[in-house]
Design a protein around this ligand. Sequence first.
Ligand code: HPA
Length: 270
Amino acid sequence: MSDAVAASAALIQQMLGLRRPRIAVLLGSGWGGFADQLQAAVELPYARLPAFPGAGVGGHAGLLRAGRIASTELLVLAGRQHAYETDRADGMAGAIRTLAALGVRTLVQTNAAGSLDAAMPPGALMLIRDHLNIPQRSPLVGASGDARFVDMSAAYDPLLCAQAQQAAQRAGQALHEGVYAWVLGPQFETPAEIRMLRALGAQAVGMSTVPETILARHAGLRVLALSLITNLAAGMEAKALSHAHTLATGQAAGAGAVALLAAVLPALQV
Ligand code: HPA
């Protein structure tokens, strides 16, 4: 364990006292309102945690918060560093290794994504069943030992997926399922790239999540991941894509996303 991870884990443990959260939730664009739902919340800014990244993209806070939903103890990470900010895929390595050091067993990731399927419109929610690592970049380049050869054949935990889908159905919320294609960004895709991704089997496209899934699997964490669809992908609509539009749709549809998380998290058997 690196010094930065050990120091970060010690600070968070101090904040947690006797709490032992087994689930951590990483909030992406549009999902930030979930942090306000936590009961008995305590928090630390990433800036206090040496293994955590500095300030990120607009719309991300860089805040670690602990609290409860129903009786489920959670650690919530509001803000991630993206590979397009630094040209490095390992920006969240220290944060995820800190979670593992604290005894967290499951990482629930959330993001905003574009839809490649007209039947999955803006506002829809998608359970990520598998991913395409389009840049073929890894946060584990330079790691040593056999553990770096991570098995990715069931990266998105099938049991957690089933439990999430059942919880969504009980809550009366439609939850699509599909393959998420990670692109480096920060530019949006061309229509030709979207046709390529569709031909490769993707239903959604976005600029995050995949490096963190690899890091989490390397650290021994189980992964569940949810996308909030903020737009139809490039070429599917007449209007141009923009980050402002992603954030605005994220805000408009955020309530449904937050309600889904509140229904799903207590149902996970971790
Ligand atoms: N492409 C890539 N990333 C995204 C999109 C998109 O259309 N929407 C939200 N994040």
